[in-house]
Design a protein around this ligand. Structure first.
Ligand SMILES: [Zn+2]
Ligand SMILES: [Zn+2]
Length: 147
């Protein structure tokens, strides 16, 4: 599945499950490890983990797309679009989106867990990363190795 086909699928699910058109873009992410997808608030694009584009993960893929579309729908309707918001929880349940990225064995490959010293976001990596070079993608503070 390429990005054009992925976008088509996202648009289709958006109309079918949300009765609302998706006007953002779709991107395939080849670096996501435990993340299934991500919705970007700034330009409304949705990123999907390349692992889930294989045929055998179609059910998981649809669950991930629905999850990201919940963010999109609620965000564009000025409603609670964050995971902890009531609106999000209710809508996610309604459309049957996935709560977490489905485990397809990626977790087993992860050897290193890093955490941002400031915002405490966790980063999972298969290989060691250079802590002098890499900082938190969210707040640009330093990372520490947890295990
Ligand atoms: Zn989410
Ligand atoms: Zn941070």
């Amino acid at each position: 599945m390429n990005e054009v086909e992925l976008l088509k699928l996202i648009k289709k699910i958006s109309l079918e499950s949300f009765s609302y058109p998706f006007n953002g873009k779709a991107k395939i992410n080849y670096r996501f490890k435990t993340t299934g997808g991500r919705y970007h608030l700034k330009d409304h694009h949705i990123e999907i983990n390349a692992h889930f584009l294989k045929k055998e993960y179609r059910k998981d893929l649809i669950g991930i797309i629905k999850h990201e579309l919940c963010h999109y729908y609620l965000h564009t309707h000025q409603m609670g679009y964050k995971h902890q918001n009531r609106d999000f929880k209710i809508l996610l349940k309604q459309v049957g989106g996935s709560r977490y990225a489905p485990d397809i064995g990626l977790a087993k490959k992860i050897k290193y867990t890093y955490q941002c010293i400031n915002c405490h976001k966790l980063y999972y990596r298969i290989r060691r990363i250079d802590l002098k070079k890499y900082v938190c993608g969210k707040c640009h503070h330093k990372l520490i190795l947890l295990k």
